[in-house]
Design a protein around this ligand. Structure first.
Ligand code: FER
Length: 295
């Protein structure tokens, strides 16, 4: 009888653990190196008509290994920073390599990744004075382009799932600010939101999350990460502190020694992409912080 009880407890423990979401560890050496002999996703450049800007605009799209039009995919919108354009992630972060490697280990849900140009204006190049007020404004204008032009284009062009639980938004710096602003501002559209080293365009916490109860109900995952040596760290900490005060579950990660660069952003993508479009266990969220990096 004792043995039976012990067996029963063992089964319960195993059952419980297998349901719990695994803690995703920070990236390790080699995570961003091209591997031969594994399946690779595909990169395309697409063009869509933007009623918001009045031009035809470009995005880069990564479809996963094994992509098939007979399946339906969730979509991650992945946004660049103030000095970049739709190619910044590709050139600086090689998300296609990071994701190919994760797929090879079966660590990510199959998803389509869309990398737009987040500077919604006629000349959306990253040339000239990238800090010019009209160029900075264009990062805010992108909300309309994304919601009214790009997302509908993606949804009629690719086999994608169209509900909020199958749409994620994340980005670096200005793109991190955009992701928090647009994601938290449109909880009916996005359930997974990530800001990596979010820039001063990030709205104040009170504007971002005016209704903590609603955010708590609607969000699947809110991810905020930043290097602890990044001059923009305060835009992440102030959001984190407000969320903590208002009991809105989120992951907050300060990367030790991290500055404002792709080392932090690539790790952000590496970790965030493994968490999205899967069952979530928010009890693990507080375990994410610098401690993880010391293991
Ligand atoms: C600023 C400092 C940094 C700012 C934007 C940034 C609009 C963006 C940095 C980036 O995207 O890497 O004062 O103001």
């Amino acid at each position: 009888m004792k043995q039976l009880i012990a067996l029963f407890i063992l089964i319960l423990v195993i059952g419980f653990n297998s349901k719990a979401q695994k803690i995703v560890k920070p990236s390790r050496e080699g995570f961003d190196l091209i591997q031969d002999g594994i399946p690779h996703g595909k990169l395309d450049t697409i063009s869509y008509e933007s009623s918001t800007v009045g031009t035809v605009r470009n995005s880069v799209v990564y479809t996963p290994p094994g992509y098939s039009v007979n399946k339906k995919y969730p979509v991650l919108y992945l946004l660049h920073g103030i000095g970049g354009d739709e190619f910044e992630w590709l050139n600086g972060g090689h998300p296609e390599v990071i994701l190919d490697n994760l797929y090879a280990e079966n660590k990510v849900e199959s998803m389509i990744v869309v990398m737009p140009n987040g500077r919604a204006m006629k000349d959306d190049s990253a040339g000239g004075n990238i800090m010019a007020p009209d160029k900075v404004q264009a990062f805010a204008t992108f909300e309309g382009d994304l919601l009214n032009d790009l997302i509908p284009f993606i949804e009629k062009t690719y086999p994608v799932l169209k509900d909020r639980e199958h749409r994620a938004i994340a980005g670096l710096s200005m793109g991190g600010g955009q992701s928090l602003n647009f994601g938290l501002g449109n909880l009916d559209k996005f359930a997974w939101v990530g800001g990596f080293s979010s820039a001063p365009n990030t709205k104040s916490p009170e504007e971002l999350v005016p209704d903590p109860e609603k955010a708590k109900e609607q969000l699947k995952l809110l991810w905020i990460s930043c290097g602890d040596a990044d001059g923009l760290l305060r835009f992440s900490t102030r959001t984190h502190e407000y969320l903590q005060k208002n009991n809105v579950p989120h992951i907050y990660l300060e990367e030790p020694g991290g500055v404002h660069d792709f080392k932090v952003w690539k790790n952000g993508l590496f970790m965030f992409s493994q968490l999205i479009f899967k069952p979530v266990d928010s009890s693990t969220f507080p375990l994410y912080n610098s401690g993880l990096f010391n293991q």
